[in-house]
Write a protein that binds this ligand. Sequence first.
Ligand SMILES: NC(=O)C1=CN([C@@H]2O[C@H](COP(=O)(O)OP(=O)(O)OC[C@H]3O[C@@H](n4cnc5c(N)ncnc54)[C@H](O)[C@@H]3O)[C@@H](O)[C@H]2O)C=CC1
Ligand SMILES: CC(=O)C(=O)O
Ligand SMILES: [Mg+2]
Length: 638
Amino acid sequence: MHGGLSLTMGNLYGQMRASSSLVNRLNQKLRAVVNPSPWLSQSRSFTTTEGHRPTMIHKRSLDILHDPWFNKGTAFTMTERDRLDLRGLLPPNVMSTEQQIERFMADLKRYEVEARDGPSDPYAVAKWRILNRLHDRNETMYYKVLIANIEEYAPVIYTPTVGLVCQNYGGLFRRPRGMYFSGEDRGEMMSMVYNWPADEVDMIVVTDGSRILGLGDLGVQGIGIAIGKLDLYVAAAGINPQRVLPVMIDVGTNNEKLLKDPLYLGLQRHRFYGEEYLGVIDEFMEAVFTRWPHVIVQFEDFQSKWAFKLLQRYRARYRMFNDDVQGTAGVAIAGLLGAVRAQGRAMIDFPKQKIVVAGAGSAGIGVLNAARKTMARMLGNNESALESALRQFWVVDANGLITDERKNVDPDALPFARKIEEIHRQGLKEGASLVQVVKQIKPDVLLGLSAVGGLFSKEVLEALKGSTSTRPAIFAMSNPTKNAECTPHEAFSIVGDNVVFASGSPFKDVNLGNGRIGHCNQGNNMYLFPGIGLGTLLSGSRIISDGMLQAAAECLAAYMSEEDVLNGVIYPSISSIRDITKQVAAAVIKEAIEEDLAEGYREMDARQLRKLSQVEIVEYVKNSMWSPEYPTLVYKQD
Ligand SMILES: NC(=O)C1=CN([C@@H]2O[C@H](COP(=O)(O)OP(=O)(O)OC[C@H]3O[C@@H](n4cnc5c(N)ncnc54)[C@H](O)[C@@H]3O)[C@@H](O)[C@H]2O)C=CC1
Ligand SMILES: CC(=O)C(=O)O
Ligand SMILES: [Mg+2]
């Protein structure tokens, strides 16, 4: 790999006899590591053609990958990975040098063609690359730039651009970030977790790449979403970047294109399923919680079938949550309550809202469950309230309206299957189309988590004009931009100037003429997950309870003033995300204390935590948040 640049030990000592000043210099080098300087590499007398004898190296693990002289990237063989503590620090597929060059060249050539992310910003990927290079070079500066310009760069490091980055990760991959646990690592995870250099890790975001945003199965390339989410943990929640760990669990892919791509970086086999799949995830959880017992694990972008199962499997045992199910639910609840207030009504009127949801996957069902519970609490918090809340929802998936006549309804969606007699009375039937449902129900809210761009077609939006609400709300929450169910321009121009609009990825506000603005809110779980993680960390709660999640959602809902919501502004600006996160974290801590879950964090033990006033909790959160400032460095010998 290093060809003429590498030095074998025999060759090195032979050359050392030739020059005593060089000997001194080389001795110096050898004390630390056999790591030839650029000067040496250019010296013709040191060029070797041997290349078969080993190069001695006094480095291990990430230090090798970050050393341009020794790094071979994806070309490290499995035995080398084991010998040098590299297992898990690289994607699992071992590449030849030729393949590496081919991948690099392919990326270089398609640069101009694929650096496009719809009409929003043709240079988004180019910006991502520049930011990524800074991230690799200087973390402090990277986060300084990100925090100071969060509104401008969140869409680059997060949705929508991160989606495009994941799709092209094979080409964009340069220096590894995070860990890769693969199905081939079974039996090894407990030891390989020690290959990560940090003794303390606060936050892990893990994905298996099976449903990245609305882009489907991207296999090992999904690591980009874990990196993007953790960037927000640092920028918004002030989690120390040395204590975050993005993780990809590579259990194969069912993406046929990737399976056939010789340059794909992940395991080239179909996904594990059943007990085999669970075995891999179990082993991963055990390994990370053994090494870092206080870590919080955020599950991200797992396909629905596993999202719910894994949540149920682990939530009582580990400090974990599923962002797509639980984070999204909280953000949607805050927005739905905002939409009620935007109609000039009190929040307590929420149980009267008629809500049509398109999409019954991890995100849609998460939102439905949370909305049902919120309504039930307002209606008396008992079984009959939970039952009657169900009447407010109509759920449409890829096969149309879900009723109890449907065969093989997903168990998580089953409670929301409408009774067929009731549906007939409403002029509908099993499998009715979205447009038929909107026409007949005349809902207050139309919420999309379908991953189908343009699903809220002209016809659907025309139908929504018949809404019985004084101010219908449209949540086109699917990501990235091209998957949004409609654009704000379509919503305002077809349904009317009065609608409340939110989308998962950012759009610009719409000029309605005569100085009026149609506000485009960003309804994205980024407003909650950083605060849920930070609040859990600082409370020392062993689990993340429903109450803590509810407190986070209520805090976000309360963040907006009456004036804001009446103007159709139901979510805050991302420029205040650090402040929002601080408040959300404080609400989570308060709830953990009330539920007697808080065990404290570092010097702040449980007893002291319980004594804090509301103001003091906020202060505690603020003082615990990391800020990007250069520390003074002093050398200390081991
Ligand atoms: N804004 C936010 O904060 C978040 C947005 N999302 C987005 O939500 C979307 C869905 O995510 P998951 O629920 O995990 O995906 P999923 O794949 O599990 O679910 C998609 C659902 O949409 C349904 N669907 C497909 N075609 C449809 C059609 N023509 N009409 C109605 N329904 C249709 C499917 O039957 C399925 O129930 C993704 O685009 C994701 O990016 C997810 C989490 C958070
Ligand atoms: C925002 C997010 O988590 C998603 O689209 O999956
Ligand atoms: Mg997600």
